[in-house]
Design a protein around this ligand. Sequence first.
Ligand SMILES: [Zn+2]
Length: 275
Amino acid sequence: MTSGLDRVLRYVDAPLVTDEQLLRVHPAEYVDTIRAAIPDSGYARLDPDTVVGPKSLQAAYRAAGAAVAAVDLVMSGEMESAFCGVRPPGHHAERTRSMGFCMFDNIAVAAAHALAEYGLERVAIVDFDVHHGNGTEDIFRDEDRVLFCSTFEHPFYPFTPLLGNTANRISVPLDANAKSEEFRAAVTEHWLPALSAFRPEFVFVSAGFDAHRDDDMSHVALTDADFRWVSERIVDIAKASASGRIVSVLEGGYELNSLARCVEAHIRVLMGIHS
Ligand SMILES: [Zn+2]
């Protein structure tokens, strides 16, 4: 790593998620279906986008396990915040449906762990991936202890209908032409008032960087500075009511140069290192 961050970061190996942790958000029949679909060799498709190989189940178990372990490290006070650089991503995985490269909803598994294991009463999930976090929305639709704030290009994959905002859901669609100004206005005018009023005890981040202008997975054109800016706002929210507790989990991001720069900037902000 050329950023120099490896001298100050603490790396932790991702454990496998346990069935107890996974089954808080996905039914056993769904997990069994995924397990049965894993091929002994070659590849299989869970949906047109989601291709799996023999080791994919282990990768998915470790991705969700990383997010759970991050919650434990932050709740124990060993870390103030943690970033999980995992694949596969998770936010498109609904309670009973895998799609969009996602098998299990990592951020939802982590948030459910914080609620069940530590008795938290209010957790927030913010999702700035350019695609709508339909899985997270599906899983926590009727969960008052979770506030889900998202921005996403619309209309666009995964083509979920806009359900309208409620006390625990702030969805802000962005036009395909949206740039910094529209994104920052969405966060400032919609996310931040809701988050301030909700006073989360823990802040989760579905950190997708595919809204970057160099990432041709979408049309929205954000810059490195926008991802730094939204990371700063998230830290402000976490410091105000959650003792700074943040677990951020990688979602999308497909242009590797901008992805590397923006993840580095995101981690620097989480650590309070200002470049
Ligand atoms: Zn995405």
